[in-house]
Write a protein that binds this ligand. Structure first.
Ligand SMILES: Nc1ncnc2c1ncn2[C@@H]1O[C@H](COP(=O)(O)OP(=O)(O)OP(=O)(O)O)[C@@H](O)[C@H]1O
Length: 356
């Protein structure tokens, strides 16, 4: 195996906040949230209109309710897709309460160009970039590099990690090599355009759950993952490099004061458990005195380990639904605020000889 040492880059996880537009409903109060785009601050006012210092937060970028899918994509996601072609991994996760706009941001409406979410836009950008690279190389008569794109779809529910692209689902194992975390025996399907990507997504879901809609599938899982890998092969040198873009949808979680039935209670505690482990990892990573990061306490933190202090660029999209309770909004912003203090240590993915 040929391995070339590359310089390290250190960068913080980037956190952006997106406020969902208000939807007119009866008996629904909206918590007042003031976004100041000049200093990228967001102030949350409680019902008595008192604002304490703790309720003002600062983020990299804050998108108000008028923001478009295109703006989110261009600002936050496009640079990460570009870095895949520089052999750097990226992980994006949508976080927020129930009905805060996570699916809208990630998926939107695939049939409406303006409303398409970041997942479909990323696939378009990957294929247009590959075309651009091969056209440029062709003009220069040096077509040494070949790109192949693969997709995996998996879910995590009650600590059960399942491959959505196989008939027989079983709990998958998370493994670690020197550089990164990977899932053993995870199906990777090669795709060569947007349509093939959508077919894989749709067929994978149909294969596993008959008569269930895509939306209800997403709603029934705690975490939904789409992983797109790009394999670059230099045919002359016989060297290949693999980079990935991992996109994760967190299940919405409310620390509800309302009474829950047994199933809701059990689901909610499970989600809260995952979230608690996620927050414990974030706390350990941002506490200088901490000597241990408890990645192994839950599968979500293990799968996301590369993006939480490891070798992947990280983007958290914190979706905000202001039609929920004040303490819920505050809780989400506090988590988001802490996440942006986590540093990742990025290095370019290793080159390997193709004749392994
Ligand atoms: N930016 C937006 N513009 C217009 N409508 C939006 C926007 N964001 C969300 N919505 C609408 O709000 C509703 C809830 O959004 P969505 O389903 O994306 O939330 P979610 O966070 O994925 O919810 P859940 O946690 O239940 O999966 C949907 O009807 C969606 O169309």
């Amino acid at each position: 195996m040929l391995s070339i040492d590359q310089p390290n880059l250190e960068e913080f996880i980037r956190v952006i906040v997106r406020k969902k537009p208000q939807i007119q409903t009866q008996n629904m109060n909206e918590v007042q949230v003031v976004i100041n785009q000049r200093d990228n601050s967001i102030q949350v006012n409680n019902n008595s209109n008192e604002t304490s210092e703790a309720s003002t937060f600062y983020f990299d970028t804050i998108f108000d309710e008028k923001s478009t899918q295109q703006q989110i994509y261009d600002n936050a996601v496009s640079p990460l897709v570009n870095s895949l072609f520089q052999d750097i991994n990226s992980t994006i996760w949508a976080f927020g309460q129930t009905r805060s706009g996570k699916s809208q941001t990630l998926f939107g409406n695939k049939c409406d160009e303006q409303n398409q979410g970041i997942v479909y836009r990323a696939i378009d950008q990957i294929f247009s970039q590959i075309k651009h690279l091969s056209d440029t190389k062709e003009e220069q008569k040096e077509i040494n590099e070949e790109y192949k794109v693969y997709v995996s779809v998996y879910t995590l529910y009650r600590e059960q990690l399942e491959d959505m692209l196989v008939d027989q689902r079983k709990d998958l194992r998370i493994r670690q090599n020197l550089d990164q975390i990977y899932i053993e025996n995870l199906t990777k399907i090669q795709i060569s355009n947007q349509q093939e990507f959508q077919d894989v997504l749709q067929n994978g879901i149909k294969k596993n759950l008959i008569n269930i809609t895509y939306r209800s599938l997403l709603q029934s899982k705690e975490y939904f993952f789409i992983e797109v890998s790009i394999l670059k092969t230099n045919k002359i040198l016989g060297i290949e490099q693999m980079s990935y873009l991992k996109i994760v949808e967190f299940q919405g979680c409310e620390r509800s004061k309302k009474p829950l039935n047994q199933t809701q209670f059990s689901e909610n505690s499970q989600i809260n458990k995952g979230l608690t482990h996620f927050c414990q990892v974030i706390s350990a990573l941002t506490d200088e005195k901490s000597t241990h990061v408890p990645y192994r306490d839950s599968k979500i933190t293990r799968i996301m380990q590369d993006a939480l202090g490891g070798n992947s660029r990280g983007l958290m999209i914190c979706n905000l639904n202001t039609q929920l309770e004040y303490h819920e909004i505050l809780y989400n912003l506090r988590v988001a605020s802490r996440v942006q203090q986590v540093r990742n240590h990025i290095f370019f993915n290793k080159k390997q000889s193709t004749d392994l």
